[in-house]
Design a protein around this ligand. Structure first.
Ligand code: GAP
Length: 475
């Protein structure tokens, strides 16, 4: 049977919760908007993604090293980087019901589908109406907007908005018990600044020569005006970024090289199909305050195309800003040419949560009548084997007669060999196969009475459901 992809995020959100990938933060108390917790399999999937990335871009390369900087960032750093003044989105407020929206999401150019999808999602969030009704209303609101330029409020339907104002997205806090000059700090809005502020330290410690990169994986925080689409737009996110320092003039070469590496990583390492990926070149007038050129990779989510990753040419903007603000020289001394200059920086970046979502979307298939075509609905995550939270499930047919002990022994032997193998004896064997299909386990190894006699086991393939008998030594 051919499986069907998800046409909305709902079945993916349901599977993620049911099977322990992702839970809403503080769900016990009604949930917190834009925050999610990873469950037992989510944490494994995220680790596999991050480890693959680190292996490929740090451990396997001679020219990239890693850092792990503090999340709480003193205000001086973010003042110099421009975030205190510029890291904002335009906000409008409905003067009737007081909901707040991102002005650019509704008032700037947007294709009809994306616009209506956003409007409908906001209507569902605000009023809890059904998807069908929200879609009908969104279509009417779009027709009104396209005809007259009037934006109907997704909550109260009125057209009465404040002027747009800049809303800074950083979470502010203070260091220590005394408020005042010097104590203001922010949860970092990107991991990048902790790399720029350590650039000189790293050069001095490791005597690195240009070109070289500094990589970091870690949390970043953005008080987004509106959140939504599950892991797509959240307020606490995890990034994987590299700041790649090079000689000015070589920046365009390195930009192209990193864009190509990002492309390969998404397709080869993450297994994302070409048909669900496209590149988007930011127009000059929409570039971030630091960027000379930015190209995103977009992924086709069930709700439409959305940014997955980016590569930006940050020029010498950040180092120049930090040099001026700190009064400390950050120039690089080029021994070959005897020149001093500020390096240019190419920044390839991606978000772990969006990547996880893309991997889940591209590997999810549902089979309404089961995979044989005559049973109950089945759901399978056809994950690339190296990303699966469990690589091998070891299943004793029965818990008795020494089968459980044998299964545990085999599971331990696999773990010693570096395989992520899990022992599972809960429920009938068919249920255990279904459960493992849903979490994307590529192989199930079943231990039965014959195993005790001749040392063979059955190995079931998740995708073909074929079972073969092999000797334990061959596993
Ligand atoms: N240092 C550059 C930077 O932070 P960005 O495009 O703002 O650039 C990088 O963010 C990546 O982080 C994005 O491509 C996306 O994958 C992820 N990201 C950004 N904001 C996000 C949010 N609110 N929720 C989830 N992921 C987000």
């Amino acid at each position: 049977m051919e499986g069907q992809s998800a046409t909305s995020l709902d079945p993916i959100i349901a599977l993620a919760k049911r099977r322990g990938f992702v839970y809403q933060t503080a769900e016990l108390y009604g949930g917190a908007n834009g925050l999610f917790d990873l469950g037992p399999y989510g944490v494994e999937l995220a680790r596999r993604i991050k480890e693959r990335w680190w292996q490929r871009f740090v451990l396997a390369r001679e020219d990239v090293v890693g850092v792990d900087a503090a999340l709480v960032t003193p205000e001086v750093v973010l003042k110099a980087s421009g975030h205190v003044d510029n890291f904002s989105d335009p906000l409008i407020e409905c003067l009737e019901c007081h909901i707040r929206l991102r002005a650019d999401h509704y008032l700037d150019e947007a294709d009809a589908d994306t616009w209506q999808q956003r409007w409908a999602a906001e209507a569902i969030k605000q009023r809890g109406i059904g998807e069908g009704r929200a879609r009908d209303e969104a279509q009417k609101a779009w027709e009104q907007f396209a005809r007259t330029g009037e934006l109907a409020c997704p909550n109260c339907g009125k057209v009465h908005w404040s002027e747009p104002r800049a809303f800074n997205m950083m979470f502010r806090t203070q260091l220590g018990a005394v408020e005042g000059a010097g104590s203001t700090a922010y949860l970092r809005p990107e991991t990048a600044q902790g790399i720029f502020t350590n650039y000189k330290n790293v050069i001095d410690s490791l005597h690195l020569k240009l070109p070289f990169g500094i990589a970091q994986q870690g949390k970043a925080f953005r008080n987004e005006i509106t959140t939504g689409n599950f892991l797509f737009r959240v307020r606490e996110l995890e990034q994987m970024e590299i700041e790649f320092f090079c000689k000015p003039g070589e920046d365009e070469h390195w930009f192209a090289a990193w864009l190509q590496l990002w492309d390969e990583f998404l397709k080869t390492d993450m297994g994302l199909p070409e048909a669900l990926l496209r590149q988007y070149e930011h127009p000059q007038e929409k570039l971030s305050h630091y960027s000379k050129r930015t190209v995103d990779h977009e992924f086709r989510f069930p709700f439409g195309w959305g940014e997955l990753t980016g590569v930006a040419n940050r020029t010498d903007f950040d180092l120049a800003q930090h040099q001026a603000a700190s009064g400390r020289p950050l120039e690089y001394f080029d021994e070959a040419t005897r020149e001093r200059y500020l390096p240019y920086v190419i920044e390839p970046t991606m978000g772990v949560g969006r990547l996880m979502l893309a991997v889940l979307v591209s590997s999810y298939r549902e089979y309404p009548q089961g995979r044989t075509g005559e049973g109950e609905a089945e759901y399978v995550l056809h994950l690339p084997a190296h990303l699966a939270p469990v690589q091998v499930a070891v299943l004793p047919l029965m818990k008795k007669d020494g089968l459980a002990e044998k299964a545990r022994e085999i599971q331990q032997a696999l773990v010693v060999k570096g395989v992520v193998a899990r022992y599972d004896d809960t429920g009938a064997i068919g249920k255990r196969y279904r459960r493992n299909d849903e979490i994307g386990t590529p192989r199930c190894v079943t231990i039965d009475y014959q195993t005790l006699e001749d040392g063979t086991v059955t190995v079931r393939d998740r995708d073909t459901m074929e079972q073969v008998r092999v000797g334990v030594g061959k596993l």
